[in-house]
Design a protein around this ligand. Structure first.
Ligand SMILES: *Cc1c(COP(=O)(O)O)cnc(C)c1O
Length: 386
């Protein structure tokens, strides 16, 4: 089976992990800060907080922005459930902004319209999480403009997008947002096993995220309350935090993978270009790229429309699976999940995201996909669509 995505691990990656296993530190040793500094330097952000998943990174990002009961978090329905679950973890209410039918990212037109309506009833969001779907950055200039106009904070969910660019600068530099989050799950661009990171240029948000990563505990004198000098207060808990720490094992793998990131992105572009060329004659829609964006190509989502190609998404999907092509679907709209429908959401709420769900198929793209295997994918697609 050719999967839709997978990690690429070489001998250097393995050696760096083994080296940590032989060292004094397995968790939160010297590798985590080294990896944090390397990612921050790579993307051009000032600070980074490494954690055990992108979900944890989104959660501590929301906590650092003081998202809580009575607040609203808005995100894209075309994402993994984590993008909105983190709002619920904080006790906030969540809502969804429909997508642009060309980029499949949060639509700025829909966002603008929804903000106008929300202002009229005094329910403006405190935090908006645009998701850089498939590795293509959202329209961050416009979102940043709206953030100033309507006074909300922005967390970029860049889980797909490390190594991608927006207006010739790397995603993650937080020029248009408060915080950007990356995922290092094995199916994403680079991996630490499980892992994630939150980037920011704001020192205050950094401090808060560091505390929330580790139980809300601090050992910094300036943050502690004064206590009797004959008691040994070498740390104090001042917030309710979590254990979201990254391990040194993961960080060593991440650091080694970061050194290969440019090569990974280059290979993903080659694969995407090859698909663009060889699939262009088929009666399906290929992913469109906005001219402001250099995608990291986490995904290559094609669209199968029955009227256009005579086959249903289900027929193409099942046929490819039967023939050893491990395709996937991104995404079931979050608001259509049973848990969210129980909260009152229903079909028809975000029409473009729902239409995409009924047509989209993610075909294999990853750095170690060989030309031979890619041609197999193309052949199977041509057969089923013939
Ligand atoms: C993978 C993913 C996440 C969650 O990442 P984890 O590291 O698995 O927690 C969040 N948002 C999006 C868009 C993702 O693709």
């Amino acid at each position: 089976m050719i999967p839709y995505g997978r990690q690429s691990i070489n001998q250097d990656d393995i050696d760096s992990v083994v080296e940590v296993l032989r060292s004094d530190w397995l968790t939160q040793g010297p590798m985590v800060p080294r990896f944090e500094q390397a990612v921050a330097a790579y993307v051009g952000a000032e600070h980074a907080v490494g954690v055990n998943s992108a979900t944890s990174a989104l959660h501590i990002a929301c906590l650092a922005l003081d998202l809580g009961p009575g607040d609203w978090l808005w995100t894209s329905p075309n994402s993994f459930v984590a993008s909105s679950n983190v709002g619920l973890y904080c006790g906030a209410q969540v809502d969804f902004v429909d997508i642009d039918p060309r980029t499949y990212n949060m639509s700025v037109e829909c966002l603008t319209e929804k903000l106008e309506q929300a202002r009229a009833v005094n329910k403006l969001p405190k935090v908006v999480i645009p998701v850089h779907y498939a590795g293509q950055s959202c329209d961050m200039v416009m979102i940043n403009k709206l953030a100033k106009q309507y006074d909300f904070r922005v967390i970029e969910d860049g889980s797909h997008a490390i190594g991608g660019q927006y207006r010739n600068e790397l995603v993650g530099n937080c020029q248009y947002s408060d915080i950007t989050v990356f995922s290092f799950h094995p199916v994403k661009i680079i991996t630490t096993g499980e892992g994630g990171m939150a980037l920011t240029n704001n020192a205050d948000l950094l401090e808060k995220m560091i505390r929330h990563r580790s139980h809300g505990v601090t050992s910094k004198k300036e943050h502690m309350q004064p206590r009797s000098a004959d008691e040994i207060w070498n740390y104090q808990q001042i917030d309710l935090g979590y254990n979201y720490r990254m391990t040194d094992i993961g960080a060593a793998l991440g650091l080694s993978q970061l050194g290969r990131l440019d090569e990974f992105i280059k290979r993903r572009h080659e694969i995407a270009q090859h698909y663009d060329q060889l699939l262009s004659s088929l009666p399906i829609s290929l992913p469109q790229q906005h001219s402001d964006v250099w995608s990291s190509y986490h995904l290559y989502p094609i669209r199968v429309n029955k009227n256009q190609c005579g086959k249903t998404q289900r027929q193409v999907y099942d046929n490819l699976l039967r023939n050893g092509i491990g395709i996937n679907l991104h995404y079931i709209p979050i608001h259509r999940q049973p848990y969210y429908e129980k909260m009152g959401f229903s079909a028809g709420y975000c029409k473009e995201a729902e239409l995409l769900f009924k047509e989209v198929i993610s075909i294999p793209i990853y750095a170690s996909l060989t030309n031979e295997k890619q041609n197999q994918v193309i052949d199977e697609l041509k057969k089923v669509l013939a």
